[in-house]
Design a protein around this ligand. Structure first.
Ligand code: PA5
Length: 473
């Protein structure tokens, strides 16, 4: 597919972040200039880190030609042989595939008859260990027509490995041991963790997650690309969009580099105690993209150590909202509540479908005013009205504008948020790419369930003060 880059270029309107528009809760050129040296250092460190250490994600749009070919061949095979594609994974191994599926496929994709899905497999992402959910999945899939993509970078996450054990057992019982491998694809680290060893022993088709790509930065690696390709998403378009964003956002001046500008303003906001980042797309298709952003922002910035090892408690709590739905739930708080938020709206200029609002109710002018408009006009008007209301209330906000939603613009958006996060982490002076808080919980789970090697953690858990009934109400 061909994309017109210029027509599909996203842009970000930061006006309502500035004092001139939003009043005293906003920011000034002077404040930005005052941190000019910090911004320069952050920019330099992100640029210098490209492709190194845990910044392998910057190169994903450029270095995967062979992998993409393998993925497209595999996706073709899947489409010919299976009717259900199930992702088993959690966190970064599930949020990206879900976000791309929701953004780029029909909103009721799984309910469409096969012909209307162009013969593509139904798609499920299992990212929890709620037993009811697993049982429900097993109720709707047909094992002999299902391929399971087990995704885990570490190859040992309890949730994912639990799902794997259940699925392997089910396949063995239903299809026979000799047929299990035909139904499993592993996406994992090439040389660490348990899944790669299992995959080699069992002969599973395997894709690798590059070492320098952490879970939440992995959507443009096989983690996201294989599931996307299996359901017919243009993965080359995703990568081209990401490459385009990477190419246009290289300027050291934040005024010409939107993700850097966003990071600078969020950094100033955090310094002012604005510790909540609301992500509010005006497109149902981007609701799960907001979930993906929440993980990226929360896990990357929520840290208790600076790079020099000194203690801190940094980060900004991400909150997902959906326009217009949450105008009737959250916006009252955003306009009149505490001055502790930065709101990011995502606007889509052209929706992929349009629905006219028909004539009617002529005798009721207060209803009839809607007639002759379209739903697209209504949602755009509501977004502008909400932007106006929060700005009038003095609450800093900015708007990302996507010309339309397609594989290319989704790729742009993914790269934009990843760069913004990297710049924000550099400004905060923390390690953006680790997640010790997540690891602590993972390790405690291993200990509680008796994984060998976690005896000390089990003892630590056991040494917590005994619960007393007075505090259990
Ligand atoms: O961003 C991260 O690294 C985490 O959120 C992981 O994606 C999540 O914990 C799942 O880890 P894994 O892919 O190793 O199973």
């Amino acid at each position: 597919m061909r994309y017109n880059k210029k027509k599909l270029k996203m842009c970000v309107d930061f006006n309502n972040m500035m004092t001139k528009w939003v009043g005293p809760e906003g920011f000034t050129e002077k404040q930005m200039l005052a941190i000019g040296d910090e911004v320069e250092r952050a920019y330099e460190s992100v640029q210098a880190g490209r492709g190194k250490g845990m910044m392998g994600w910057t190169e994903l749009p450029y270095n995967q030609d062979d992998v993409v070919k393998d993925i497209l061949d595999t996706a073709y095979f899947i489409r010919k042989n299976f009717e259900y594609f199930v992702v088993l994974g959690i966190g970064g191994s599930a949020l990206g595939p879900t976000a791309a599926f929701k953004a780029l496929k029909h909103m009721h994709y799984n309910e469409l008859p096969k012909r209307k899905r162009a013969g593509l497999p139904k798609f499920y992402v299992e990212d929890n260990v709620d037993p009811e959910r697993m049982a429900a999945l097993l109720d709707v899939i047909v094992p002999e027509k299902t391929v399971f993509n087990i995704i885990t970078k570490s190859g040992s996450t309890s949730e994912t490995m639990t799902q794997y054990l259940i699925i392997r057992d089910m396949l063995e019982k239903k299809l026979g041991k000799e047929n299990v491998a035909k139904h499993i694809i592993a996406t994992t680290s090439k040389d660490s963790g348990n899944l790669i060893k299992i995959a080699q022993k069992e002969g599973y088709k395997t894709f690798y997650i590059p070492d320098g790509v952490g879970g939440r930065f992995s959507e443009l690696s096989p983690v996201g690309l294989l599931p996307a390709a299996a359901i017919g998403i243009d993965i080359k378009g995703l990568l081209w969009g990401a490459a385009y964003a990477d190419e246009i956002y290289r300027d050291p001046n934040p005024r010409r580099n939107a993700p850097l500008m966003a990071a600078v303003l969020q950094y100033l906001a955090m310094k002012k105690g604005k510790n909540i980042s609301v992500m509010m797309p005006y497109a149902d298709g981007l609701k799960e993209m907001a979930d993906w952003y929440c993980q990226l922002w929360a896990e990357s910035l929520g840290k208790n150590k600076n790079l020099d090892g000194t203690a801190c408690n940094k980060g900004q709590t991400p909150v997902k909202a959906l326009g217009v739905t949450d105008q009737h739930s959250q916006i009252q708080l955003y306009t009149e509540g505490p001055n502790d938020k930065v709101i990011t709206f995502i606007a889509v200029e052209n929706y992929r479908k349009e629905v006219a609002i028909p004539e009617g109710c002529e005798e009721f002018p207060n209803v009839n005013f809607l007639c002759g408009h379209t739903m697209g006009e209504l949602i755009r008007a509501e977004r502008k009205a909400t932007e106006f209301a929060v700005t009038k209330a003095g609450k800093p906000n900015h708007t990302i504008v996507l010309p339309e939603l397609n594989a290319f613009t989704l790729g742009e958006l993914i790269m934009y948020f990843e760069l913004q996060t990297a710049y924000a982490g550099a400004l905060l002076g923390i390690d953006t790419f680790n997640q010790p808080g997540v690891e602590e919980g993972k390790n405690a789970t291993y200990a509680l369930l008796g994984r060998p090697g976690y005896e000390a953690k089990k003892a630590e858990l056991g040494s917590a003060p005994a619960k007393i009934s007075r505090y259990i109400v």
